[in-house]
Design a binder for this molecule. Structure first.
Ligand SMILES: NC(=O)c1ccc[n+]([C@@H]2O[C@H](COP(=O)([O-])OP(=O)(O)OC[C@H]3O[C@@H](n4cnc5c(N)ncnc54)[C@H](OP(=O)(O)O)[C@@H]3O)[C@@H](O)[C@H]2O)c1
Length: 248
């Protein structure tokens, strides 16, 4: 299949590590222009510098996805610098698991703000450009936890279910504008995600689970490439994948 990724302007939130970073590296090396947002701007800048040195086109901007104005600035920068916004990958997220009875209210608030509002702000920032272009692709990152819930993961799971619901509503609404929507739901992939768990015993259990089952971030990258590479009249709406050895 011809990679329909070359030349596209792709905004990626949460590009400073894990799935976002791996996707940025791959897409940039295969000819896409990447516009990278996250809070750890040193990491973003060194990634953008490395990609640029290798002949790619990459722009980095400090972005906290819980602030709409910052997400808008990131997407505006993509449009102002490169003339269009073809894809937004709403990927920034965290997973501070803990049983509800521990009342980790700050964790709940951060998870909702980043995982739900961050995705909505990405949609809000990109939609006006995509509507005007009459083309675009919004890719949101959910999780296996967006399909299932387990004790200790209620809030994370709720946010990832929300991402799927928002994505399906969006899919129906953007038909008049020729915009594609994809929600990708990964299982355990080897990234820094377990570091967002604030309860030491829960973090230890999750690290052990990831050590046992997690697969490489390339699995996610291939899912993004598959969705992006379809002909413009083909809209891949959902991709759910797990490590072969993952039971949950
Ligand atoms: N890895 C998995 O097993 C797995 C499975 C299912 C779903 N996912 C989802 O995949 C997405 C990416 O996670 P990952 O696995 O790549 O984990 P990761 O390595 O921890 O990356 C998370 C990214 O999100 C960014 N982020 C967190 N809070 C942010 C904020 N307020 N504003 C902007 N960026 C923020 C982080 O950057 P800064 O800290 O620099 O801001 C980082 O770049 C998440 O939505 C996660 O829920 C992952």
């Amino acid at each position: 299949m011809a990679a329909n990724t070359t030349g596209k302007v792709v905004v990626i939130t949460g590009a400073s590590s894990g799935l976002g970073e791996a996707t940025a590296r791959h897409l940039c090396s295969s000819g896409a222009t990447v516009v990278l947002g996250a809070r750890r701007v040193d990491r973003l800048k060194s990634l953008a510098g490395e990609l640029t040195q290798r002949g790619g086109k990459a722009l980095a901007m400090a972005t906290d996805v819980t602030e709409y104005e910052q997400v808008k600035r990131l997407v505006d920068a993509a449009a102002n610098t490169y003339g269009r916004v073809d894809v937004i990958l709403n990927n920034a997220g965290l997973m501070p698991h803990s049983p509800l009875e521990r009342l980790k209210i700050d964790d709940w608030n951060r998870t909702i703000d980043v995982n739900i509002k961050g995705v909505l702000y990405g949609i809000a920032a990109a939609l006006p450009y995509m509507k005007a272009q009459k083309s675009g692709h919004i890719i949101n990152v959910s999780s296996v936890a967006g399909h299932k819930v387990r004790a200790g993961g209620a809030v994370y799971s709720a946010t990832k279910h929300a991402v799927r619901v928002i994505s399906e509503g969006l899919r129906q609404e953007v038909k008049p504008y020729n915009i594609r929507t994809t929600v990708i739901s990964p299982g355990a992939v080897d990234t820094e995600l377990p570091n967002s768990i604030t309860e030491p015993d829960v973090a230890e259990g999750m690290r052990k689970f990831y050590d046992d089952v997690a697969i490489s971030a390339d699995s996610f990258v291939q899912a993004v490439v598959y969705a992006m590479s379809q002909p413009e009249d083909v809209d891949v709406n959902e991709i759910l994948f797990r490590p072969t050895r993952q039971e949950f």
